[in-house]
Design a protein. Structure first.
Length: 297
């Protein structure tokens, strides 16, 4: 059992950051650090880098950060892990930047109507959808603004794909990608209320909810299989690294056209994964967990 009697309340922790001087201190320590190695700065050097006049004022605000966002050592001060995460959020523009990338056409086709796919980024959400009239949305996912601002289009797609695949792989294993808490997953009935219920690319949604941070997101069954060993091996046998393929370009992962509910008592589903004319049939239970994977002649 852990002792959390000295933990701060969330409102107290954020109150500590509600001051420009303290943000300048965190930025100065973060800017001085090298990747993976938080830099330790003496009092006078930290004050100089933070560009804060008045030793007493600087000492007061630094003291407020110590033990929560800043560690005090014999050699000076450095960011603690929470301080590093605050610094990363500042640098990533997670709470501040407003970036928009207008829709641009992709090489792949809509898995519903055959029109082209298009990608766009606005309001911190990366989207891939049909450019035609069917209304299909294949992926809509949060990506930090600064991760996309200085990339060309191929770089945007690569960054978004890696981000989406990594987080869905974590959910598939029951681990929250945002706080590492336990994530509970359940398959929703086809008539359940949910955002974008009319999306023709999805019939069977999985709702993932973190027991710790209450983070929640919907995925489709096939999307959970991209990094499963049986699927990775199947593609690798054909000389393909499926994890490098854009997840929205994979028919089994981007829509439910290759997903079939085979039983309801107990609940079972089959996802057909295809590559180079061969098919892997993956069966799932209500977990959803993979029961078996079989090559189909």
């Amino acid at each position: 059992m852990t002792d959390d009697t000295e933990s701060l309340r969330p409102d107290d922790a954020f109150t500590l950051l509600a001051d420009r001087t303290r943000i300048k201190i965190i930025r100065a320590l973060g800017d001085a650090s090298t990747p993976g190695v938080p830099e330790t700065l003496p009092f006078s050097e930290l004050r100089r880098r933070a560009d804060i006049s008045g030793s007493g004022r600087f000492n007061y605000h630094l003291g407020k950060l110590v033990d929560q966002f800043v560690e005090e050592t014999d050699d000076g001060y450095r960011l603690s892990y929470p301080g590093v995460r605050v610094y990363q959020a500042i640098k990533a523009g997670t709470f501040t930047d407003r970036v928009q990338i207008d829709p641009f056409e992709l090489d792949g086709n809509c898995h519903v109507c055959g029109a082209s796919q298009e990608a766009a980024y606005r309001e911190s959400m990366f989207r891939v959808r049909c450019s035609g009239d069917c209304g299909a949305i294949f992926y809509k996912y949060f990506c930090p603004p600064s991760s996309l601002t200085e990339r060309d289009r191929e770089g945007v797609l690569r960054a978004a794909n890696e981000h989406i695949q990594r987080e869905i792989a974590s959910m598939a294993k029951g681990v929250c990608p945002w706080c590492c808490g336990h994530m509970t997953s359940r398959i929703l009935p086809t008539d359940a209320e949910m955002p974008h219920r009319e999306n023709p690319a999805i019939d069977h949604r999985v709702l993932h909810v973190c027991d710790t941070c209450d983070g929640a997101i919907y995925t489709r069954l096939g999307g959970l299989l991209v990094t499963h060993p049986a699927v990775v091996s199947f593609f690798y046998d054909h000389g393909v690294d499926v994890t490098r393929r854009h997840i929205w370009a994979l028919p089994f992962a981007a829509s439910d056209e290759r997903t079939t509910i085979t039983d309801t008592g107990p609940w079972r589903a089959t996802v057909r994964v295809e590559c180079e004319g061969d098919t892997l049939r993956v069966r799932l239970d209500e977990g959803p967990s993979v029961i078996d994977a079989t090559h189909v002649d």
